[in-house]
Design a protein around this ligand. Structure first.
Ligand code: GDP
Ligand code: MG
Length: 388
């Protein structure tokens, strides 16, 4: 039988973000290698992160990789995403669960459009702490590294992060992965910075249970399993739950984290829940598993939305009432109609209030972050202000 997960250290969710090719996946692999050598985790090679096993198995793009590791003081679930198009979607919709982020910036290239876009979106969805990994420091000369550091600190400050106080650690994911002692020590310094700079967030363990479904799997002989991060509350085997979106009520018959059974999952944990008698086709990414009667799915809400500028990868032209983009809310992807009221148009770079009518009901509440996407790119980021 499998070893149970024993909660010995506080658990946090972090992730790498930053421009494509700046070294997010290499650094993720290097972190697991450095910690595995200290005996606190399993080395996950680059190929396993960039190409999560589910991806091949299911023949569809599952665009998020989770790795697990421990430092001396904490247990982390770390996410890394392969490409930019899906990266933003996952970062934004899943980022409500990120307790902190490692912003990876190549010291050879400096800030690039996706660097700025990820910082902006992280701010929008409430990631309050960002640690900077100034990567490829092995290949950049000192003057350049210093210049890029200043540039990153300015970017953070411009988005409401403490650019002067945020840790900026010079690393080389590649050299650390190769076992170079200097760069191994740099990765350790980065982890120390994460341990100390990202505070333990407040967990809403006493709130009614809620888990946005990220993925659905079938385990032969056992049934349908949903995976995702617990947004709030706790869940145990035997608990009754609603599956919102599927319109079902069922019972949780198994709770696991990273393949280990656990007695009780709580807010912040990445888990797999086995659901009694639920057909595979009934549940999808975007559905929400919640304590019975605790949330009500709705279609209309008001929001405060930042329309990304063209420089940030957004639109070149304004949006107006009647515009129908996709809304990424938690893990759901839903079409929605926007109404800008008297303002009528919103230009790229502006923040506006709007009323949204979704194509289908999803659980909504004030404070919930979301992204607006169109033709494969992010054009806006917002927060629900009221449910109508
Ligand atoms: P991602 O797209 O941000 O995940 O970037 P990858 O981890 O896939 O790395 C992109 C490229 O940069 C690869 O060719 C890596 O070998 C290279 N690379 C990553 N980290 C470093 C580093 O620390 N130093 C150097 N010189 N190259 C690196
Ligand atoms: Mg990558």
């Amino acid at each position: 039988s499998k070893t149970a997960y024993v909660r010995t250290k506080p658990h946090l969710n972090i992730g790498t973000m930053g421009h494509v090719d700046h070294g997010k996946t290499t650094l993720t692999a290097a972190i697991t290698k450095v910690l595995a050598e200290r005996g606190s985790g399993t080395f996950v090679p680059f190929d396993r992160i960039d190409r999560a096993p589910e991806e091949a198995a299911r023949g569809i793009t599952i665009n998020i990789a989770h790795v697990e590791y421990e430092t001396d003081t904490r247990h982390y679930a770390h996410v890394d995403m392969p490409g930019h198009a899906d990266y933003v979607k996952n970062m934004v919709t899943g980022a409500a669960q990120l307790d902190g982020a490692i912003l990876v910036v190549s010291a050879l290239d400096g800030i690039m459009p996706q660097t700025a876009e990820h910082v902006l979106l992280a701010r929008q969805v409430g990631v309050d702490h960002v640690v900077v990994a100034l990567n490829k420091a092995d290949a950049a000369d000192e003057e350049l590294v210093e210049l890029v550091e200043l540039e990153v600190r300015d970017l953070l400050t411009a988005h409401g992060y403490g650019g002067d106080t945020a840790p900026v650690v010079r690393v080389s994911g590649l050299r650390a992965l190769e076992g170079d002692p200097k760069w191994t020590a740099a990765v350790e310094a980065l982890l120390d910075a994460v341990d100390t700079y990202v505070p333990m967030p407040e967990r809403y363990v006493d709130a009614p249970f809620l888990l946005p479904v990220e993925n659905v799997l079938t385990i032969t002989g056992r049934g349908t399993v949903v995976t995702g991060a617990v947004e709030r509350g706790t869940v145990r085997v035997g608990d009754r739950v609603d599956v919102l979106g599927a319109g079902l009520e069922t019972v949780v018959t198994g709770v696991e984290t990273f393949g280990k059974p656990m007695e009780e999952a709580q807010a912040g944990d990445n888990v797999a829940l086995l659901l009694r008698g639920v057909p595979r086709d009934a549940v999808r990414r975007g559905h929400v598993v919640a304590a019975p009667g605790s949330v009500e799915p709705r279609r209309r809400f008001t929001a405060q939305v930042y329309v990304l500028s063209a420089r940030e990868g957004g639109r070149a032209t304004p949006v107006s009432s009647g515009y129908r983009p996709q809304f990424y809310i938690r893990t759901a992807d839903v079409v929605g109609d926007i109404d800008l009221g008297e303002v009528a148009v919103a230009r790229p770079g502006e923040t506006v209030a709007m009323t949204v009518e979704l194509g289908r009901e999803v659980p909504l509440e004030p404070g919930l972050g979301f992204a607006i996407r169109e033709g494969g790119r992010t054009v806006g980021a917002g927060t629900v202000t009221a449910v109508v």
